[in-house]
Design a binder for this molecule. Structure first.
Ligand SMILES: [Zn+2]
Length: 266
């Protein structure tokens, strides 16, 4: 079901088009409700805007929109032209100070944010995948934070939404990954989905990476479900292989893939 977007316009925007290649998440660091943040953005003197904002109140199916998706919001300096920008309505210090648990306590906000990510990714043909500064610099398209734009050399010095923002949760709500990590490890099912055909190795993206990551998370491993086979995935893979007496090469081939489903959780 489409999000309801309450229209509370901001005069702070540039005409489009932007590149439509990034869906960027921010924190407001002050205004904790959509009403108060959109009031601030409605003042031309603030010189700032986001396309949308999300608070932790009301229905998770309703957000506030301040700039239309085809216009350029004034959210992240030169990264304004890279895509669309949405702000989580947080108190000051959230991006630097909130733990993963603090974020997860804002479940309505995360659901709104995730649903918006899903809708904008569909609108602009952006993959629902978290990308980092290097990938942005390389011209890739995906979901990221203001801090990733800063790291890529645009967007100034801001680091929001911070190191503990639960991208896996938000992307799950966006519909981009198969299932959230379960809180308790379920027993192995005894039958594995077919091996996707591509070895998961250094920085593999897609090809079942998120499916494998989600399965390892449900087995109880600490692993981001971001659909990128990075150093954390490789470390989990290696530990799992060692534990199960498999060839411990840190590569998910057919045997390691199947073991993630067929071998018991120990
Ligand atoms: Zn920001």
């Amino acid at each position: 079901m489409a999000l309801t977007r309450i229209w509370r316009p901001s005069p702070n925007y540039s005409s489009g088009p932007h590149q439509g290649r990034l869906v960027v998440v921010h924190t407001s660091e002050g205004a904790t409700t959509e009403a108060s943040l959109s009031n601030y953005l409605a003042q031309s003197s603030s010189q700032v805007s986001y396309q949308v904002c999300f608070d932790n109140q009301g229905s998770p199916g309703s957000i506030t929109e301040c700039v239309k998706p085809d216009k350029k919001a004034w959210a992240a300096m030169s990264a304004n032209s890279w895509g669309v920008h949405g702000a989580c309505c947080t108190p000051s210090g959230a991006s630097s100070g909130w733990s993963r648990t603090s974020w997860q306590n804002q479940d309505t906000m995360l659901r709104k944010c995730g649903a918006w990510i899903g809708e904008e990714c569909a609108r602009f043909g952006v993959p629902i995948v978290k990308i980092n500064a290097d990938e942005i610099r390389a011209g890739r398209s995906g979901v990221c934070g203001h801090g990733d734009c800063s790291g890529a050399g645009a967007g100034g010095s801001h680091t929001d939404p911070g190191p503990n923002f639960p991208w896996d949760v938000a992307l799950t709500y966006a519909g981009g990954v198969p299932g959230a990590p379960a809180p308790t490890p379920p027993p192995a099912t005894g039958s594995a989905p077919p091996f996707p055909g591509t070895m998961l190795i250094n920085l593999t993206r897609g090809h079942g990476t998120a499916q494998w990551q989600a399965q390892m998370a449900t087995r109880g491993w600490t692993i981001a479900v971001d659909d990128v086979y990075g150093s954390q995935s490789e470390a989990v893979c290696r530990s799992f292989q060692l534990e199960k007496g498999l060839t411990h090469d840190g590569v998910v081939g057919p045997e390691t893939w199947a073991a993630a489903w067929t071998l018991p959780v120990t």
